[in-house]
Ligand binder design. Structure first.
Ligand code: COA
Ligand code: MG
Length: 310
């Protein structure tokens, strides 16, 4: 399974904004997506590419999975965008308005290049009704596909439906998207919350994304990173309960029992396995349960390369 399933936060950065690029490399997001597409005006595409290439050393030094959202394959910018990505040696590229044919083309362009930086993942952006309908083909069309991102703004526009804060209109799409990605062992990355001043709205949005099976979420502002990182980890309650259930289950199995009761509820193998998964995530993140505090504490800050949610 690709490590993309363990990345929680992906910070979008308009690539023509040099100050934001430099800042993004030292922020706590698990991954960064430098945008060459919609956040950059047509007249600034070249500046944006130059900003990217000139930061090759800093990008490598950041030790962060760095992605670039290129312009669409049918745009006049795509070839130069891809050339810049190959020059830098980025971790992955996000392909907007993806469909299977476009992705085959991108895969071929990367594979046939003579660059030594061809080890590039592809993250299709699912943002049309057609893409959602063909998502099983999309996520398996190339071995380079490590994850996919859901783009709700273009998706709802494509359907001609209203986009609301609550997001009922995207709940089916989120479910379908996440199941298709997870069913193939790929990361499922949620659409950004555009209301970046309101952390309550963001939290509600994340809870819906997690409930659908998303493994991570895109951010558009630094203030969203910590909220996303924390919300994609188990809560203190989950960790405490899971540790109890896992210990209880192990004792039961040693004593030859297949089920055990915890606070009036039956615990059997799948429930115990889920508890073990939560305990393992907590361990991987150095989350400890303090006897003095109601809240667990992250003893070590995690890097993008070791922060599993699965
Ligand atoms: N990445 C890195 N740094 C960012 C950032 C980002 N996405 N968004 C804001 N910052 C920085 C600003 O540079 C500023 O830093 P400074 O004070 O050291 O100069 C600080 O965070 C506070 O920024 P703020 O003033 O609150 O935001 P803003 O009004 O300048 O910008 C947005 C708001 C939404 C325009 C901006 O956050 C943005 O461009 N986000 C990404 C948009 C994008 O890429 N969209 C495409 C994908 S959906
Ligand atoms: Mg879009």
């Amino acid at each position: 399974m690709d490590m993309s399933t363990t990345l929680r936060s992906y910070l979008y950065v308009p690539c023509d904004k040099a100050r934001m690029i430099d800042k993004s490399l030292i922020l706590d997001s698990d991954a960064v997506i430098f945008d060459l597409e919609d956040a950059v005006a047509g007249s600034r595409k070249q500046i944006a590419r130059e900003n990217l290439v000139s930061r090759t050393t800093a990008i490598k030094a950041s030790n962060k999975p760095t992605l670039v959202r290129v312009n669409g394959v049918d745009s006049p910018f795509f070839s130069e965008d891809l050339a810049a990505c190959l020059e830098v040696g980025v971790w992955g590229i996000v392909v907007p308005k993806a469909d299977a044919d476009a992705l085959r083309y991108v895969d071929k362009e990367i594979s046939s290049s003579t660059s030594r930086n061809r080890d590039i993942r592809i993250i299709p952006l699912i943002e049309t009704a057609y893409a959602l309908e063909t998502i099983s083909e999309i996520v398996t069309v190339s071995d380079r596909i490590a994850a996919a991102q859901f783009g709700a703004e273009d998706f709802t526009d494509d359907l001609g439906i209203e986009r609301t804060v609550a997001g009922d209109e995207i709940s089916y799409a989120r479910n379908r998207f996440a199941i298709a990605c997870r069913g193939r062992g790929k990361g499922a990355v949620d659409t950004p919350c555009t209301d970046f001043h309101d952390s309550d709205t963001l939290l509600r949005d994340i809870h819906r994304a997690r409930a659908a099976g998303m493994t991570g979420k895109t951010c558009i502002h630094p203030s969203q990173i910590a909220v996303v990182n924390d919300a994609f980890l188990p809560s203190e309650k989950e960790v405490i309960e899971s540790s109890h259930i896992w210990e209880l289950w192990k004792s039961a199995v040693s004593a030859g029992d297949g089920t055990v009761v915890y606070h009036g509820k039956m615990i059997d193998r799948p429930i115990a396995m889920r508890a073990e998964r939560v305990v393992n995530i907590a361990k991987r993140h150095g989350l400890t349960l303090s006897p003095d505090s109601q809240y667990y504490q992250a003893q070590t800050r995690t890097s993008g390369y070791d922060n599993g949610t699965t």
